[in-house]
Design a protein around this ligand. Structure first.
Ligand code: AMP
Length: 220
């Protein structure tokens, strides 16, 4: 007689802060992750529950794995979700805010650059960022003309080397800005990480997912 083999519940996480801050939430659900992604090169991590596994992907890829159902659940920053939603609107189930990996999305400029005066004078600013959608919306709301330059990392370098007047980046302690003689001049929004759920899995695997959803919901 053939036995029905069910796919384990798959949770997509990125290494670093999100992984580290998700561990206590999983522990509260009685789930221990059996490998450390900082020590192991494995990308599929087993847990103490045979029916729950973790996959380790790039932060910006988490929404994609969940949208296409390769992962049932994922945890991603609001910054990443805003950029994903710009090209895939409505693709993901309304996320639960887990209040982890908190930071701020800010506009920053080199020390001594009078951002307010430039804005008042209607100057057209060049802004380098990884967060093009969030930045576009912010400056449009303020009525500031900007040319957005998409970068994939090291945004702090752009104003120092003449690529841009300003950057839009995540700020946590502020140490990275300080080390590069930049100052935050505007807060765009607070950022935290959210649980996202595959729309189909939510319908077809609701009973299996519910205990995990409950634990995550309590964290939020
Ligand atoms: P900090 O020096 O602590 O202000 O951190 C700023 C650097 O860390 C920037 O390069 C940010 O892009 C990155 N960063 C800070 N917080 C987060 C976060 N919650 N998620 C992803 N990247 C972050």
């Amino acid at each position: 007689m053939s036995q029905k083999v069910t796919k384990p519940i798959t949770l997509a996480l990125s290494k670093g802060r999100i992984f580290d801050e998700t561990l206590p939430l999983l522990k509260a659900a009685g789930i221990e992750v059996l490998q450390d992604p900082e020590k192991s090169r494995k990308l599929i991590l087993q847990t103490s529950k045979a029916d729950v596994r973790i996959i380790i992907v790039r932060a910006t890829d988490v929404p994609t794995y969940v949208e296409y159902g390769a992962a049932d659940l994922g945890i991603a920053g609001k910054d990443v979700l805003i950029e994903h939603a710009a090209t895939h609107p409505g693709a993901l189930y309304q996320p639960i805010d887990l209040q982890i990996a908190q930071c701020r999305l800010c506009v920053a400029v080199p020390k001594g650059f009078d951002y307010e005066a430039a804005v008042r004078q209607g100057a057209r600013l060049r802004v380098a960022t990884k967060y093009v959608s969030a930045a576009r919306e912010h400056f449009a709301r303020k009525g500031v003309y900007v040319d957005l330059i998409k970068l994939y990392g090291s945004m702090e370098l752009a104003p120092l080397i003449g690529l841009a007047d300003a950057i839009v980046d995540l700020v946590s302690t502020g140490n990275t800005l300080k080390a590069n003689d930049l100052v935050a001049v505007e807060d765009i929004m607070p950022i935290s990480s959210r649980l996202i759920v595959n729309r189909a899995a939510l319908k077809t695997r609701r009973a299996e997912l519910q205990p995990l959803l409950d634990v995550f919901e309590q964290a939020g």
